[in-house]
Design a protein around this ligand. Sequence first.
Ligand code: BEZ
Length: 210
Amino acid sequence: MALQLGDIAPDFTAETTEGPISFHQWIGDSWAVLFSHPKDFTPVCTTELGETARLKPEFDKRNVKIIGLSVDPADSHRAWAGDIKETQGYALNFPVIADPDRTVANLYGMIHPKADDTLTVRSVFVISPDKKIRLILTYPASAGRNFAEILRVIDSLQLTDKYKVATPVNWKPGDDVIIVPSIPDDEAKKLFPQGWKTLKPYLRVVKQPR
Ligand code: BEZ
């Protein structure tokens, strides 16, 4: 069965551009983003890896480790890294998994045979420190992802874990948030002593906690 939110992210060992890793051990006490791209030396992937390298300090700030993957070998990843730096202005600053035998791709369902029977699609898995899968995204090979959106969802997930709030449509950090419906008003009074605005009994808007 396909992986679902709340599942434990499958553990594996693999070769990467930064040497061998054991995935759960590599995650440690951090959050993690595991993302696949279809192939090295391809245009959209080149832009995505450059952008992810540019955003690395933002992932670091949130205690998130990032790791890429494709079915190419590590030598190919390393050779391609020069093109990423040259064309995107940012050198690879996170590991990329070499998965030529597709072990990890198959574990995570990253190959969608009706799209392409050998290459990985653009998958994203956000994993929390307890190793649970908290977000799954799947994009086609032709559409580059928006990594700022991935950071935005991580901000939302981390807020939910810390403060029992949910984030409304198009939320950006600093915007008002919503008290999760499972918290009754009595408990909400303790959590949000500054009060909130009740638009409907199930729609309680509160300033974003810090
Ligand atoms: C790309 O990264 O540009 C790409 C890879 C596979 C298929 C289509 C585009």
